[in-house]
Design a protein around this ligand. Structure first.
Ligand SMILES: NC(=O)c1ccc[n+]([C@@H]2O[C@H](COP(=O)([O-])OP(=O)(O)OC[C@H]3O[C@@H](n4cnc5c(N)ncnc54)[C@H](OP(=O)(O)O)[C@@H]3O)[C@@H](O)[C@H]2O)c1
Length: 261
């Protein structure tokens, strides 16, 4: 009789994805589940998260990244759900508000953009770093933007907020050097998602006009594909900064537009 040996299946990698109720975050959570990860998807709108859970089987939690209490509750849930450690935090929660010039700056919008994109990312990082350390194979992945690297007219508030998030990632990479935690920054250019331009401009006609004449802007799934590659690469390989744009875009404010597209 051949000897039988009991084999324990390899543990699933675990991830928290913020901003998972729409666009890039939603597509990323779905993609990581399809890749075999155990995913906790978070955002404020719990009805949308419930749909995502139904569709993909991921775990969900209502979280506001601008609230200390909410992010503390996230850390508790991570501990309860993932026990001996967390493998990745994917920071997608964020966005732009308005296109005012600096001369016309609405400081309340500047403050909110900084609160969500930069302070939200550092608040979640601070809360979940112990769990990432415990796992022995951790990743902090930040979805910033080309807007954090290149200014454009009407972009200053968003440029500043995303530059803040970029610098957070850069400093963390230095501070965590020597630990088993990769710091990955994915900086997308133009991505056509359902809500990004709508939230920014507050009007669906203006939001649609952003993509007028642009052949194949990136999709949320294109970004999820890059994120999946970065997270699933062997752990000694660190895609520390990836810029991903559609072919039609040469710079944040240089986009080829054709009639009839
Ligand atoms: N679309 C683009 O062209 C583009 C390009 C470059 C970079 N990006 C960046 O990519 C990320 C996702 O963009 P997207 O196009 O997917 O936009 P989106 O569809 O508007 O998604 C934004 C997500 O952030 C969440 N969020 C906003 N405020 C939050 C808060 N206080 N707490 C928790 N979650 C919050 C939203 O969920 P709730 O409202 O349910 O909380 C939503 O799930 C953003 O960081 C954006 O800056 C986008």
């Amino acid at each position: 009789m051949p000897e039988t040996t009991a084999q324990t299946p390899p543990a699933r990698l675990t991830a928290v994805v913020t901003g998972a109720s729409s666009g890039i975050g939603r597509a990323t959570a779905a993609r990581l589940v399809a890749d075999g990860w155990h995913v906790l998807a978070v955002a404020r709108r719990e009805d949308r998260l419930a749909e995502l859970a139904e569709e993909t089987g991921c775990e969900v939690l209502g979280v506001d990244v601008t609230s200390d209490a909410s992010v503390e509750a996230l850390a508790e849930r991570v501990r309860a759900l993932f026990g001996p450690g967390l493998n990745a935090v994917v920071h997608v929660a964020g966005g732009a508000l308005g296109v005012e010039t600096a001369a016309e700056a609405d400081l309340e919008k500047w403050q909110r953009m900084y609160d969500i994109n930069t302070l939200g990312a550092v608040r979640v990082t601070r809360a979940l770093l112990p769990a990432l350390r415990e796992s022995g194979r951790g990743d902090l992945l930040f979805v910033t933007s080309v807007a954090g690297h290149e200014a454009y007219p009407g972009g200053s508030g968003y440029n500043a907020a995303k530059a803040g998030e970029h610098m957070l990632a850069a400093a963390l990479r230095l501070e965590l050097n020597g630990e088993k935690i990769r710091v990955i920054e994915i900086a997308p250019g133009m991505v056509r998602t359902e809500e990004f331009s709508l939230v920014r401009l507050g009007d669906s006609e203006k939001a649609d006009a952003v993509y007028d004449g642009v052949e194949n802007p990136l999709t949320a799934e294109d970004c999820a594909d890059v994120i999946s590659y970065a997270l699933n690469a062997p752990h000694h390989v660190n895609l520390d900064l990836v810029t991903v744009r559609p072919l039609a875009q040469a710079a944040a404010h240089r986009v080829a537009r054709h009639q009839g597209v």
